[in-house]
Design a protein around this ligand. Structure first.
Ligand SMILES: [Zn+2]
Length: 152
């Protein structure tokens, strides 16, 4: 798998979120080298607390594949998935989770805790971290700096 290629598409999604004033996180879901879905966080636009990028790609993939089990899939996310998204990854039986930058405050793929590969639930995913980490975290830092500056 060309992790960098798919991560660069997730970063494109994060950029779309950034342009709309959303927290810039993007995700892409891949099966057999095919992109099934791609999305970005749109919590503000939708005023929907659950609309994280990872949830949106999982929902769309289930709709397209007509099946809730996403075996043999690769979920790419620019930022380490949170507890909700990590829970959804387990529920959807996603096999591989690849993310860019860690989220020390909210990440549940090893930072705060590890939900997706805990060994205590009925499914564990493989985790790959640090793919294009610099680019993934740069856009987040830029977003939060802009937000702080606008509040001055
Ligand atoms: Zn999330």
């Amino acid at each position: 798998m060309d992790h960098k290629f798919y991560m660069s598409l997730a970063i494109e999604e994060a950029q779309k979120a950034y342009n709309k004033g959303e927290v810039p996180i993007g995700a892409v879901l891949v099966v057999d080298g095919q992109i099934i879905s791609r999305a970005h966080n749109n919590r503000e636009e939708s005023q929907q607390a659950l609309n994280h990028a990872e949830i949106l790609v999982i929902k769309e993939a289930c709709e397209k594949m007509g099946f809730w089990r996403l075996d043999n899939t690769y979920l790419y996310s620019t930022i380490e998935p949170c507890m909700m998204c990590s829970g959804a990854i387990v529920q959807a039986r996603i096999e591989n989770v690849i993310f860019g930058a860690r989220d020390p405050k909210n990440g549940c793929c090893g930072s705060k805790m590890n939900i997706v590969a805990s060994g205590i639930f009925n499914h564990d995913a493989n985790i790959v971290s640090g793919i294009m980490e610099e680019e993934c975290s740069k856009i987040m830092k830029k977003f939060f700096k802009k937000l702080r500056d606008s509040k001055r």
